[in-house]
Ligand binder design. Sequence first.
Ligand SMILES: Cc1cc2nc3c(=O)[nH]c(=O)nc-3n(C[C@H](O)[C@H](O)[C@H](O)COP(=O)(O)OP(=O)(O)OC[C@H]3O[C@@H](n4cnc5c(N)ncnc54)[C@H](O)[C@@H]3O)c2cc1C
Length: 429
Amino acid sequence: MEYGWSDRVLVIGGGPAGMAASEELRRQGFTGNITLLCDEPDAPYDRPACSKSLLTGHARPQDVRMPIDGGLDVRWEHGRRAVEVDLRRRTVLTQTDEEYAFDGLVLATGSYATLPKGWPDGPGMHVLHSVDEAWQLRQDLRHAERVAIVGGGITGCEVACAVRELAREAVLIDPKPYVMGRAVGEPIGALIADEHDRFGVEMRLGRRVKEVERRRGGWRLSLDDGSYVNADIVVATLGEKPDTDFLSGTGIDISRGILCDESLRAVDVTGAHIDGVVAAGAAVRWPNLLYSGEPMMVGQWIAAVEMGHAAARTLLAGDREVPPVGIVPRYWTLQNGLRVMVAGDFKPTDHIVLTEMRPGRRDTARAGVMASYYRDDELVGLIAVNAARAFTETTRAMLIDTPVRVLPQPKSRPEETRTGSGRRLAAVS
Ligand SMILES: Cc1cc2nc3c(=O)[nH]c(=O)nc-3n(C[C@H](O)[C@H](O)[C@H](O)COP(=O)(O)OP(=O)(O)OC[C@H]3O[C@@H](n4cnc5c(N)ncnc54)[C@H](O)[C@@H]3O)c2cc1C
């Protein structure tokens, strides 16, 4: 099917994926109508700022808003939440009881944060995903002395940094003995945990929260070792859920995110793709053929943009064959004195080689270290801590080569040392 001037594309979601899809439709010459539904009144904005400058007060909500390019002729419908999709009639119903007809549909609804099941809500209890949630947390931080952060992922660690920067007490609780486990794996996660400890974050690692109760105007968290943490504010950063409820009843497989084929066409529970429906961004699970081909989710800004572009091209291709969408996940984060840069995919079973940038320095992380992850002898992931140049040089090859290839090893045999955990440290000069 070819899309022409009289066709209507409806994009649901006003984050980077939805925006990128709209832009790419125009760039590819689509002249029909594009309507973008977004439930947030202030979208689009720089969501990553929600755990950084918005909390420290370096930015206000109006500073992180992103401009809408009027020249693209995309009709933004703010404050409209899609609540039902009828694929037979090709319509979407919003919570405002309006119906939008479409010929092509782009699903880009991202994810949302919720409190863990059974946790009480109330003043000082926070989750963090939207600019409103960040700004509310910022207001509470101004009057708080002690903040408990539950979940030591990237967002939790960034919140801990912001809290310390504001000279408040921060307690970080996570069931793993290190932080950012899913994002950077164990060896680097342990180095980052040490850095937080040094920065004055009270680390309660290897501990789970068993009970949360309101106490004297604040909160008391009981941990599984019998200890407890009292805090004025609790920030729960225990993972996000893909925003897909509005698709129930459509037949689209939303068992864990919106399941797509390798070109980002949404598929139903039998695996058949659905005509004229594509998806992009953090809500999507798709076989990223750069890696194992097992459907995966990638929750990062750059990936959302790249997926948005690709989904738009797939939509315009109609039934024609399109190349698979391969994305190298990548992002960076500042963790106190450490600039952590990440690219690729990691599994605990991968072979890890740690390379010190300045061997012999006691402070491995601050002096610079890289972790390279190998799977079947191929480099699949790279993490650099304070090693921006080496990271850029290596990832350039990762981004150009498809599929990811084994990188040449240093000519001289690296000097090997052992870390405390018994892992190999390969030092290159
Ligand atoms: C606090 C925080 C910090 C982050 N920091 C970084 C970082 O430093 N680097 C990085 O790479 N990534 C970061 N991320 C992740 C990154 O922001 C996301 O991966 C990216 O925003 C995903 O883009 P998206 O367009 O798929 O979804 P989103 O950005 O979530 O946008 C989806 C939009 O759709 C709207 N929506 C949802 N359901 C509906 C519906 N039914 N109808 C209408 N509208 C709907 C949502 O309200 C939202 O506005 C961070 C995320 C958070 C929460």
